[in-house]
Design a protein around this ligand. Structure first.
Ligand SMILES: Nc1ncnc2c1ncn2[C@@H]1O[C@H](COP(=O)(O)OP(=O)(O)OP(=O)(O)O)[C@@H](O)[C@H]1O
Ligand SMILES: [Mg+2]
Length: 233
């Protein structure tokens, strides 16, 4: 069977919010496709619709209208339970606040996801160790989050997200709470995952200097795409 190059496709995507003054068009007729192996940055001013778009792409929210398919699946046709299952098993997320369990070690924070997915403890630990190695945290597996730097905490969160080998890794400003040097380290990890493991990544950022790490930049303004550029690697 021919492998489909297009991983994700959205067509005429709209997301309107009702507010006191009327309707906010947070996403207004957005169209694009993403191929496997792309590292996409989504940029735009505050309020331009970046988080709204990422939440819809990550199946955390539903559009008001529009079509969305991922890995050939038509999202709107999926029953809620299947959509949730797909989200949990095929998509990875990294947020600003890491969302780690403070009383659990780095290793436990990562392997709990595989355990919940029904894998044995032994297999879950092996998967977690591999993911922690990929983000350069070997030797720090047994530390709890308080014993890790901000960048290391974010790397644990990335390891947790990639431990399920997601079709797409989503990040909403994953470096927003990090200083420049630490941000560089985290972005290098993401670039490495993209280059060495062909991991598809969609990352929201508002820092222009982050763009040197990515292969494509989509810019939103008032819920519309105003530019979509592939960068030379
Ligand atoms: N739950 C909501 N109810 C009403 N309006 C909302 C809601 N969430 C977002 N909006 C509005 O939708 C628009 C897009 O918001 P969104 O959070 O997607 O922006 P953003 O580009 O991520 O901004 P930032 O850079 O500040 O994170 C904004 O005008 C925002 O006020
Ligand atoms: Mg946002």
């Amino acid at each position: 069977m021919k492998e489909e190059k297009t991983l994700l496709k959205i067509k005429n995507m709209c997301r309107y919010y009702k507010s006191g003054e009327g309707e906010v068009r947070a996403l207004d007729n957005v169209n694009f496709e993403i191929e496997k192996g792309e590292f996409v940055a989504v940029i735009g001013a505050s309020g331009s619709g970046k988080t709204t778009m990422l939440r819809i792409l990550g199946l955390m929210d539903n559009p008001t209208k529009g079509e969305y398919s991922v890995q050939g699946l038509n999202v709107e046709d999926l029953p809620e339970a299947e959509r949730t299952y797909y989200r949990l098993t095929h998509l990875g997320y990294v947020f600003q606040d890491y969302a780690l369990m403070n009383e659990m070690s780095a290793l436990e924070n990562v392997y709990v996801l595989s355990l919940m997915g029904g894998k044995s403890k032994k297999e879950s630990i092996a998967i977690a160790k591999e993911a922690l190695n990929k983000v350069g945290l070997e030797g720090k597996e047994n530390r709890v989050p308080d014993e890790l730097s901000g960048g290391e905490k974010q790397r644990v969160a990335i390891a947790r997200a990639i431990s399920k080998k997601p079709a797409i890794l989503f990040g909403d400003e994953p470096c927003a709470n990090l200083d420049t040097k630490t941000s560089e380290q985290v972005l290098e990890v993401l670039k490495d995952l993209n280059k060495k493991h062909n991991q598809t990544i969609v990352m929201v950022t508002h820092e222009l200097w982050h763009l040197k790490y990515v292969s494509r930049v989509i810019e939103l303004k008032d819920g519309k795409i105003v530019s979509d550029k592939k960068l030379k690697k």
